[in-house]
Design a protein around this ligand. Structure first.
Ligand code: NDP
Ligand code: A1CAB
Length: 267
């Protein structure tokens, strides 16, 4: 990648924007400016916490940007795209929003605008997002390098089709909340043994980290479940209860509920 500053404008200063910004500021190639829809307190906080520039109106800075990241709700896109479109001249426009496909962005931005759809999760805050990404038809090789540099700062990524980003949104974007739900139940149960909240949080977090590391060795979930469940032992009893209560089906149904909601803004 060319050794040139990448002027990056975030429109939206919420949870996902801040998770990304918190890592991106460490890469001196990126010069970040942040705007939002009107919450001035949030903008002041973002400026203080991450030491980035802020602007009250994106119209002031968008023309001078190389990259525009839309970190706003899906239903805010039509109005924002209408406003920024006359000011787009060669910038790479990235959305993080559920249901906002690159092909739909291309239709609403000037001819041959470079666009991408990335679906990060809040683990971007610790550089551990898992980010399926689809690029539009007009992203240049140089812009693809910029996109990959941005994504590498927040974790790992896979370039896939827009249909695949749509299908994976619930799994990599939403399902971290499912994992936290399991963590919550384990912490609450663990506390009954008399340990402190901090001990319970640490023990559960390390258990999940260890389990994730085992999954990353390439062993399948089935194999790992089998490794844990000593024949005739205690884990098998717990697994039996999970199976009798259709846990896998409940998770699949929850994923589908996320997809149904995201599909309401699918374009
Ligand atoms: N949270 C997550 O884990 C993930 C979120 N996403 C996507 O990220 C996007 C933002 O979500 P999240 O950060 O959680 O939401 P937040 O509510 O935390 O932040 C939303 C941001 O968008 C701004 N905004 C809201 N409405 C409008 C509008 N009509 N016009 C312009 N700006 C607006 C808000 O401005 P203000 O500060 O003034 O209120 C705020 O800065 C969504 O599209 C979501 O699908 C994707 C993957 C994961
Ligand atoms: O809850 C949401 O709508 C967003 C999309 C994926 C994760 N959070």
């Amino acid at each position: 990648m060319e050794n040139k500053t990448i002027k990056t404008l975030f429109i939206g200063a919420g949870r996902m924007a801040q998770a990304m910004i918190s890592q991106l500021v460490k890469d001196t190639r990126f010069e970040i400016t942040v705007t939002n829809s009107g919450n001035q307190k949030r903008l002041t906080d973002v400026k203080e916490i991450y030491e980035v520039s802020v602007a009250t109106a994106w119209t002031d800075v968008i023309e001078d940007s190389d990259v525009v990241v839309l970190a706003i709700p899906p239903d805010a896109h039509p109005a924002i795209l209408g406003e920024i479109s006359p000011l787009i001249k060669g910038q790479l426009v990235i959305t993080v929003a559920a249901g906002i496909r690159p092909s739909w962005l291309e239709e609403r931005l000037p001819d041959k605008t470079a666009v991408a759809w990335v679906m990060p999760n809040t683990a971007a805050e610790v550089g551990q997002s898992s980010t399926p990404t689809a690029v539009g038809n007009y992203v240049t090789p140089a812009q693809k390098e910029v996109l990959e540099a941005l994504l590498s700062n927040i974790g790992t990524f896979e370039i896939v089709t827009e249909e695949q980003v749509k299908a994976l949104t619930a799994i990599t974007g939403s399902a971290p909340a499912f994992v936290y739900k399991i963590a919550q139940a384990l912490v609450e149960t663990g506390l009954k043994s008399g340990i402190t909240v901090s001990q319970a949080n640490h023990l559960v977090a390390q258990m999940i980290l260890g389990s994730a590391s085992m999954l990353k060795t390439g062993k399948s979930p089935e194999e790992l479940i089998d490794q844990v469940a000593t024949p005739g032992g205690s884990t098998a009893e717990g697994l039996r209860v999970l199976d009798e209560n259709n846990t896998k089906e409940i998770i699949a149904t929850a994923i589908q509920a996320c997809r149904d909601k995201a599909n309401q803004s699918d374009n």
